[in-house]
Design a protein around this ligand. Structure first.
Ligand code: PXP
Length: 254
């Protein structure tokens, strides 16, 4: 695994949120995905929610057929989503918890508590050659469950860290939990990703964690693109990640 390079998955859900506000075709998530590729993204992430509030089925089909970058499909563990994943065979599928009433994914998946229910999803996605990731809290119990489920990848939820006031003890403590969880996942042979809530001001300390090899970032990039344009926003995020990565901590491959 190349730990000196940190991959960026650009989540384009909120391009679709804006499009759906008027019900037409503009702005087009596919166009955003193509621009993201040009701007230094290493993958495209899209969350097909049960209520289709942003990304729709047609978007998944277009992204799968028309972009060259790997597609990471975020999905709830439901029969409907499993069928869609097996139909399109994205490069990766990230299982996330989903509640209709939430504004965004509120916490990590309780992989330990829902172990028996998740087993058949993990097995079928894995058997189809889809790289399975579980979006979990930075908690060793959840990492153990992901490993036991046979997921090759975990994505650590960075939302709590991002929501803490800058410079606060709470933020430092949450960051430490992420550092320790990433090291533990690495020790178990799991590939470690991270995401949720990351922006220019919060990405650095996460990008410095050498055992994290991919970040998935959406809302901030799409929101900031209103002011700076998508290409320059992604380019700047990429530069911040690369810069922080050069200070990476715990890089055993160096
Ligand atoms: N990773 C996962 C698993 C997510 O569910 C999301 C939100 O869809 C993200 C990353 C990106 O979070 P944000 O949009 O806050 O950058």
């Amino acid at each position: 695994m190349n730990r000196s390079y940190l991959r960026l998955g650009v989540n384009i859900d909120h391009v679709a949120t804006i499009r759906n506000a008027r019900g037409g075709l503009h702005p087009d998530p596919l166009r955003a995905a193509k621009l993201a590729e040009k701007s230094g993204a290493d993958g495209i992430t899209a969350h097909l929610r049960e209520d289709r509030r942003h990304i729709g089925d047609q978007d998944i089909e277009q992204l799968r057929n028309e972009i060259d970058l790997p597609l990471n499909l975020e999905m709830a563990a439901t029969e409907e989503m499993l069928e869609i994943a097996l139909q399109h065979i994205p490069h990766a599928a990230c299982l996330v918890p989903e509640k209709r009433e939430e504004r965004t994914t509120e916490g990590g998946l309780d992989a330990a508590g829902n172990f028996d229910q998740l087993g058949p999803f993990a097995d079928q996605l894995g058997a189809a050659g889809i790289r399975l990731s579980l979006f979990i809290e930075p908690d060793p119990v959840q990492i153990d469950a992901a490993k036991a489920l046979g997921a090759p990848v975990v994505e650590l939820h960075t939302g709590t860290y991002c929501n803490m006031p800058e410079g606060s003890t709470e933020r430092d403590e949450t960051l430490n939990e992420i550092i320790e969880a990433a090291a533990y996942a690495d020790q178990l042979g799991l590939e470690c990703h991270a995401g949720h809530g990351l922006g220019f001001d919060t990405v650095g300390p996460i990008a410095e964690i050498a055992s994290i090899v991919e970040l998935n970032i959406g809302h901030f990039l799409i929101g900031e693109a209103i002011f700076g344009g998508l290409e320059s926003t992604i380019t700047r995020m990429r530069a911040l990640m690369d810069n922080a990565r050069s200070n990476a901590v715990g890089d055993r491959s160096a």
